[in-house]
Design a protein around this ligand. Structure first.
Ligand code: MTE
Length: 322
C-alpha cells in the first residue's frame, strides 16, 4: 500500500489488483488505486479493462482502480461522457460542447495562483498535477438538472495541490475561474452567463480528500475539450455546476467569492450546492435522478459521499438550500 493510513476506500491492496511486476513498475508513476463507492462492496477492475471492453484504445500505462459494485454496473461509456455535456462557453445544448470545442487550444496552458497563498505565481498543468501524484478515481456526477453519470477521472487530489501552494491563515475560501476566449469559445460571444464562469469552495471543502483536479478521463492522460481541458475541478458531493472546467485562475480569498450561477439565480443555485434529495429545486424535485442514458435512481444525500463530507456541515440545517 502506498498510504500509511487506511482510508475508507482502501479495502484491497493495489498489489492484488495488478500483477506484481506491473505494480512495482507503476507504483512511482501511478499513485494508489482507490474506489469511491460510498459504502458499496469494492472489487477490482481497471479503467484499462473498462476501456478495452468498450473498444477504446488501450493505453499501456493505464493503472489500476477499484470500483464499487454499483458504480461498475453504472459506469457511463466514453461516448456518453464526452457527448452529453454542460459547458456553456461552447453553447447551451448538451451536444454543443462536443460539436463546437474543436478550435479550443488547451496547450500551452497556465494557471495563475493569487491571493492569500505563499507560493503565488504562474503554473503549468504539470506543475500543479505532476505525474507522480496522478491517480484514477471513479465518481458519480450529479447535475442540478437531475441527471447523473458515473465517470472515471484521472488527476490529482486538490488537497495535495493546496498543500504545495501553502495558503496563509487568511485563506478562508478558494475561487476558480474559467478561460474566456471569444475566438475559440462560441458561447462566450453571447451574454449567456456573466463570463468568466466562476466557482468557489470553502477552504476545508477544497482540502477535503474527495475534491479532485482532473486532467484526464477514462485512463487517458488528457481531457477532451468538452470535459474541461486541460484541467477542471470535480467535487462529487455537490451539484455538477460546482465542478468548474478549463481553469485559468485559482485565488485564495478571505470572503465567500462571487460564483456565476448563484449570481444569476440565487434561489436556484447556492454557493454550497450540496446534493440533497430533501431540498427541491424551485422548478423540479431533487428526490430522484435520471441515470444517463436511461434509468432512474433515488438521489443520495451528498450524492452518496456522506461519510467523507458531513462533518463539514455540522450545525447547518440540511433541510434548506444554501
Ligand atoms: N464549467 C464551465 N466553465 N462552464 C460550464 O458551463 N457546467 C457545469 C460544470 N462545469 C460548466 C462548467 C455543469 S452544470 C456540469 S453538470 C458539469 O460541468 C458537467 O461536466 P461534464 O460535461 O464533464 O459532465
Amino acid at each position: 500500500m502506498l498510504f500509511k493510513k487506511k482510508r475508507p476506500w482502501d479495502t484491497i491492496p493495489s498489489s492484488e489488483i495488478t500483477p506484481e511486476s506491473l505494480y512495482v513498475d507503476r507504483r512511482q508513476f501511478m499513485g494508489a488505486s482507490m474506489a469511491f463507492a460510498a459504502g458499496a462492496v469494492v472489487r477490482p477492475d481497471s479503467v484499462g479493462e473498462a476501456a478495452r471492453r468498450l473498444g477504446l484504445h488501450q493505453d499501456p500505462e493505464v493503472g489500476p482502480v477499484t470500483y464499487g459494485e454499483n458504480l461498475r454496473e453504472d459506469l457511463n461509456t466514453w461516448e456518453q461522457v464526452t457527448t452529453y455535456n454542460n459547458f456553456y462557453e461552447f453553447g447551451t445544448r448538451k451536444q454543443d460542447p462536443a460539436l463546437y470545442s474543436g478550435d479550443f487550444q488547451p496547450e500551452p496552458w497556465t494557471v495563475e495562483v493569487t491571493g492569500a497563498v505563499k507560493n503565488a505565481g504562474t503554473y503549468s498543468v504539470e506543475d500543479l498535477a505532476p505525474a507522480d501524484r496522478i491517480e484514477d478515481r471513479i465518481y458519480r456526477l450529479r447535475c442540478v438538472e437531475a441527471w447523473s453519470m458515473v465517470i472515471p477521472w484521472r488527476g490529482v487530489a486538490l488537497r495535495d495541490v493546496i498543500s504545495r501552494l501553502e495558503p496563509t491563515a487568511d485563506a478562508k475560501y478558494v475561487a476558480f475561474e474559467t478561460a474566456v476566449r471569444p475566438s475559440e469559445m462560441p458561447g462566450v460571444r453571447r451574454p449567456i452567463l456573466d463570463w468568466p464562469y466562476r466557482e468557489g469552495l470553502r477552504i476545508d471543502e477544497a482540502a477535503n480528500e474527495l475534491t479532485f483536479l482532473a486532467t484526464g478521463l477514462y485512463g487517458r492522460d488528457d481531457l477532451p475539450n468538452q470535459n474541461g481541458a486541460p484541467l477542471r475541478l470535480v467535487v462529487p458531493w455537490k451539484y455538477g455546476f460546482k465542478s468548474i472546467k478549463s481553469i485559468v485562475r485559482i485565488s485564495f480569498v478571505e470572503e465567500q467569492p462571487y460564483t456565476t450561477w448563484k449570481a444569476s439565480a440565487p434561489n436556484e443555485y447556492g454557493f454550497y450546492a450540496n446534493v440533497n434529495p430533501n431540498v427541491d429545486h424551485p422548478r423540479w424535485s431533487q428526490a430522484r435522478e435520471r441515470l444517463l442514458p436511461f434509468g432512474r435512481r433515488e438521489t443520495d444525500m451528498f450524492n452518496g459521499y456522506t461519510e467523507m463530507v458531513e462533518h463539514m456541515y455540522r450545525g447547518m440545517d440540511l433541510n434548506r438550500w444554501y
